[in-house]
Design a protein around this ligand. Structure first.
Ligand code: ADP
Length: 424
């Protein structure tokens, strides 16, 4: 039976007894009053016992009680027990999370709305120099590198920034911020010192190898030319072999030159000055025509006389590569248009050809090192697969970007967009 029904039953029974005794003795009213007061006092005592028990946190077994009060104690006790179990489970999860984040080699810091530190793992303390007492402090007040402060301010968090560790300048960090939740951000810092070292070793290795290969190749080429110029007539086999050897040595020389140029772009500082682009383009067009034996094929349009702040040698390589490709990958009788113009935001160099074109799927890949579309097609024309990688790198060093549009068997357009701020 429900507790309240039992309680009501007892009260009615007491009332009935009072009514009976009161009827016999003629003292109904005083007895009823006595019963009401007794019941009230009993309830007050129960409430105060309950209040005392709960005020001590309801810890331990509950005191003995009767009637509905026993049920109340039992239910509260069960709720407390369940809460305790849940707390223990949650504590275990938090403990595991803390242990795993502390084991992370990367620094992780949770930032609040105003860039204040809400939480940081052990690695953050080691590589970013944060202390437990820094909680609540704004991170730009603690890590003051301009690149980092700017990164936080701009909010362009899809990029990663590279900066030295505030605790050790020999450590290089890649820092990235990820937004989540309501205004919260997670700052991740990865130690990339080793990666950088390996990258440098790779660059140095390529630079050294290409440099060292230059001399033996020049010697080989020289001897081959001398042998071919001998007065004695050569057998068809020897003459064919010499021709093949010369072609391959030339190919190797182009490769070495391009590799050296690329590694210079990666390692050497730029020699910037105001470059007369119209004059440079006129020179490149003249050279390309004579080099590729393509007189009359190049149409140069100079819509602006703008000069550009940059490295002349690098720009010459990039533009020559684009023009060279346009001539190489289009029919001998077709025209290649090269133009230099200005828009409100950019200075644009455009090379347009009516050649074999590039399939849409290949466009994003052609600027990769050594990437040549369809070996059979590209093998017909000499090349190293490094030309467009050089173009991309040069443009990157000039805050410019390359846009390629192309249609198979119709032609391609290579556009270089320089920011107008580079005009001089
Ligand atoms: P390569 O030395 O082979 O010319 P590039 O890096 O300059 O190397 O070009 C990569 C590939 O992109 C080339 O092999 C060629 O297939 C393709 N390509 C480059 N420019 C053009 C163009 N103007 N028209 C068609 N295909 C092109």
């Amino acid at each position: 039976m429900a507790a309240w029904k039992k309680e009501l039953g007892w009260t009615l029974l007491l009332l009935l007894s009072v009514a009976l005794i009161g009827g016999i003795t003629g003292l109904f009213i005083p007895l009823l009053l006595l019963l009401i007061v007794s019941l009230l006092v009993w309830q007050i005592v129960q409430i105060s016992r309950f209040e005392r028990w709960i005020s001590y946190g309801g810890r331990g077994k509950y005191p003995k009680a009767k009637g509905i009060w026993e049920d109340i104690y039992y239910h509260v006790y069960q709720i407390k027990k369940r809460e305790k179990r849940r707390k223990k489970k949650l504590g275990k999860i938090i403990d595991q999370f803390r242990k795993s984040t502390d084991a992370l080699p990367d620094a992780a810091v949770v930032l609040g709305k105003d860039d204040e530190i809400e939480w940081a793992n052990t690695a953050a303390k080691n590589v970013l120099g944060l202390q437990s007492s820094d909680r609540g402090q704004r991170i730009p007040n603690l890590i003051r590198f301009p690149i980092f402060v700017r990164y936080l301010k701009t909010g362009l968090f899809n990029e990663t920034i590279i900066m030295p560790s505030p605790t050790n300048s020999h450590i290089t960090l890649a820092v990235r911020i990820v937004s989540y939740g309501a205004g919260l951000r997670l700052l991740l810092a990865q130690d990339i010192t080793q990666l950088r070292k390996m990258e440098k070793m790779r660059r140095d290795f390529v630079a050294n190898v290409s440099h060292e290969l230059r001399t033996p190749l020049t010697v080989l080429k020289g001897y081959l030319e001398t042998l071919q110029e001998l007065d004695e007539p050569l057998s068809p086999l020897l003459s064919h072999s010499f021709q093949q050897m010369q072609e391959q040595t030339e190919r190797m020389q182009y490769l070495v030159d391009d590799l050296l140029l690329l590694s210079n772009l990666e390692t050497q500082p730029k020699k910037t000055h105001c470059v007369d682009i119209p004059a440079l383009l006129a020179k490149i067009c003249k050279e390309s025509e004579s080099l590729n034996d393509s007189g009359g094929r190049v149409e140069l349009t100079l819509e602006t006389n703008a000069h550009l702040y940059g490295d002349e040698h690098e720009l010459r390589s990039a533009f020559s590569n684009l023009l060279g490709n346009a001539l190489k990958y289009s029919p001998l009788e077709s025209v290649v248009k090269i133009s230099w113009r200005q828009t409100p935001q950019n200075l644009v160099l455009e090379v347009v050809d009516e050649g074999e074109g590039i399939a849409e799927t290949e466009i994003p890949r052609v600027t990769e090192r050594f990437y040549r579309i369809d070996i059979k097609r590209s093998n017909k024309v000499a090349g190293t697969g490094l030309g467009l990688a050089i173009v991309k790198h040069v443009l990157l060093r000039h805050d410019a970007r390359l846009a390629i549009t192309s249609e198979l068997y119709k032609g391609s357009t290579f556009s270089c967009y320089f920011p107008v701020e580079r005009m001089c």
